[in-house]
Design a protein around this ligand. Structure first.
Ligand code: F6R
Length: 617
């Protein structure tokens, strides 16, 4: 995600930038930096005794703040960044801002540049030197390459050259007092005040200075000076845009107007899933260099072993089913805490994958060490660049969900499922285990999953009404089969952890072997039953619990006209392929758990007894 803030005006900017970054810390917090056109006497690259001074540090913003205090830099025009690493570890050198070769252009960036490797190569041939491992560093060098007296023109050329997502903000000591911003897909707002003008990734960063904002849209650029804001369309023509007024208080603004981070993060899922696809699915072609496996190695795979805990374990269960179905090799899934103690067998040609959003879960780490000691090569799937699991694994696939603040995993889960789908398809293509036409069909469906999640989220009010009517029940059973089973297990986990109500996620066909004894009028049964090979089966299971007075809430696909005869409540999700329903069915379940917990006045962001990363056994 990353957070950006910039200011030009009649005030000194260091404190404005640092305070703004602290308000954006929820967008990323692994390193931070500022660049200021400094009015220090020592002139090197800019006119009138001006140069760009940069302070950046790994870690939380206050580490960088301390350093900025020691260095005593300040000025009236600057940019700042708080990072959530996507390319390159969260080190000082990889932290933003990044400079061009001459040190006269500084850039901060939020997003991913898909074609950065080829751009770097091109720029290297023209004599540019790179010092970081980031994709972002190509930007100041591109600006330097295109600079011909106008930073704005250089930016407009640059955004045509790059593929990817993001927001870019730049300053140059050759044009002091001027800030140039560009939005490709990530948010960017302008704040307007009597004392100067601002740019930020999000309103809260600058809300204490102004209530007047302009939103920048995709492929637009903006030029700020102390007393002027000009917005340009993708062709470079000036656009007139009226500012709007914001009346939020700062606390609710940090959550983007949502009551809780959990709800905000549920609503961020279309973005997290899309970002996770980015660079791995380009023009219908799959690419997975990060795996570090040759086609030969993939063809020789005999087995995959996945380990994980909690929600990540449920993502692994989905991975098992799609990989076995598409790639036709066996996949074993284990709880990390079990694997590490059960004297596991590590076979030749077995790929070992560890899924962990935090990258710090101690049991997963211990299981990795155990497997490594037995000769396994580890692929980690994590959301946190530079985490311990990432560092200790042979290769890493990052989910790009952005930082998750709510303790309960939501957007990292759907991003993990997306990685499972992508790996499954990549292996299937490499091994030729799925026909070209079938592969094409699945990929076409996968590409529109973010839009389908967005459509489901539009039904949040309907889910809330169902939760309002059912939250007093004392037992919840989530039933699913095949691809619906991990969603059922995840649903029960979500509800338990944030509402403290007893819930079970169970294979619907197993109900008769025990749990059916639990069902009575105090029970809600949530049936995960989209169209597919087991729909009829689960419909019968639902009727069995209905006959025992349970309240039925069914999650069904759009064209289902049948289930409503048996269910007390239904929620329809868009149609997709049977294998892909798991990433959709979980969305209404997350919302349902959230609204039940809210009815019970629980602290959904920080549920009792739980922590975001479990670093003790
Ligand atoms: C549930 C949840 C936990 C985590 C589990 C593993 O909402 O957040 O169950 O999934 O602690 O954490 P990671 O994925 O960080 O290894």
């Amino acid at each position: 995600m990353c957070g950006i803030v910039a200011y030009t005006g009649n005030k000194k900017c260091k404190d404005i930038l640092i305070k703004g970054l602290k308000r954006l810390e929820y967008r990323g917090y692994d390193s931070a930096g500022i660049a200021i056109i400094s009015d220090s006497a020592a002139a090197r690259s800019g006119p009138a005794g001006l140069e760009i001074k940069v302070v950046k540090e790994a870690g939380k913003i206050n580490i960088m703040e301390k350093e900025a205090g020691v260095l005593k830099i300040d000025g009236n025009c600057g940019i700042g960044h708080t990072r959530w690493a996507t390319h390159g570890e969260p080190t000082k050198i990889n932290a933003h801002p990044h400079l061009d070769g001459s040190g006269s252009i500084a850039v901060v960036h939020n997003g991913i540049i898909e074609n950065y490797a080829e751009l770097k190569e091109e720029l290297r041939k023209n004599g540019h030197k790179f010092i970081s491992e980031t994709d972002t560093e190509v930007l100041p060098h591109l600006l330097e390459e295109y600079y011909n007296g106008s930073l704005l023109a250089a930016m407009q050329k640059t955004i045509k050259k790059i593929k990817g997502s993001g927001t870019i903000v730049a300053i140059s000591s050759r044009q002091p007092g001027e800030i140039i911003g560009a939005r490709i897909t990530s948010p960017l707002v302008v704040g307007i005040s009597e004392d100067g003008n601002f740019l930020a990734s999000d309103i809260p960063a600058i809300l204490e200075h102004t209530r007047n904002f302009i939103v920048i849209n995709d492929f637009e650029t903006v030029r700020l000076t102390a007393d002027r804001v000009e917005v340009f369309d993708r062709k470079g023509k000036v656009i007139k845009r009226k500012p709007f007024k914001v009346n939020w208080d700062i606390g609710s603004a940090e959550k983007g107007g949502y009551d809780d981070f959990m709800l905000k993060e549920i609503f961020e899922q279309p973005y997290g899933v899309e970002e996770t696809m980015r660079g791995r699915l380009i023009d219908g072609e799959l690419s997975f260099n990060e795996l570090g496996l040759t086609a030969e190695q993939i063809k020789n795979l005999k087995k995959i072993q996945i380990i994980a805990c909690g929600t990540s374990y449920h993502a692994a269960l989905i991975g098992k089913q799609v990989i076995e179905n598409w790639v036709k090799i066996p996949v074993e899934v284990d709880f990390s805490s079990e694997y590490r103690y059960r004297n596991p067998i590590v076979e030749d040609n077995c790929l070992f994958m560890a899924i962990t959003q935090s990258g710090e879960t101690i049991d997963t780490l211990a299981a990795i060490r155990e497997a490594k000691s037995r000769g396994a090569k580890i692929v980690a799937i994590t959301n946190v660049v530079g985490s311990t699991v990432a560092r200790e694994s042979n290769s890493v696939i990052y989910t790009h969900a952005g930082p998750e603040i709510g303790v309960c995993a939501t957007k990292t889960f759907t991003a993990q499922i997306m990685v499972m789908y992508l790996i499954g398809l990549y292996f299937a293509r490499t091994r030729g285990s799925v026909s070209k036409s079938e592969l094409h069909k699945i990929i076409s469906e996968l590409k529109i999953i973010p839009q389908k999640i967005q459509n489901i989220l539009k039904g949040a009010d309907k889910i809330k009404q169902i939760a309002d009517k059912t939250y007093k029940h004392t037992c919840f059973l989530f039933l699913g089969r095949i691809y619906g089973l991990p969603s059922a297990m995840e649903g029960a986990l979500k509800l338990k952890e944030i509402s403290y109500i007893h819930a079970e996620g169970y294979p619907a066909g197993e109900m008769k072997h025990g749990p059916i004894a639990l069902t009575d009028e105090n029970t809600v049964v949530v049936g995960i039953m989209p169209a597919g090979s087991v729909y009829e089966k689960i419909l019968s299971n639902i009727q069995e619990v209905k006959a025992r007075k349970a309240t039925i809430f069914s999650i069904i696909s759009q064209k289902d006209k049948n289930t409503k005869k048996y269910a007390d409540y239904i929620f329809k999700i868009p149609e997709t392929l049977e294998e892909l329903y798991a990433i959709l069915t979980i969305i209404p379940i997350q919302l349902y758990s959230y609204y039940i917990a809210k009815n019970l006045k629980r602290n959904v962001d920080q549920p009792r007894n739980l922590a975001k990363s479990v670093t003790v056994e």
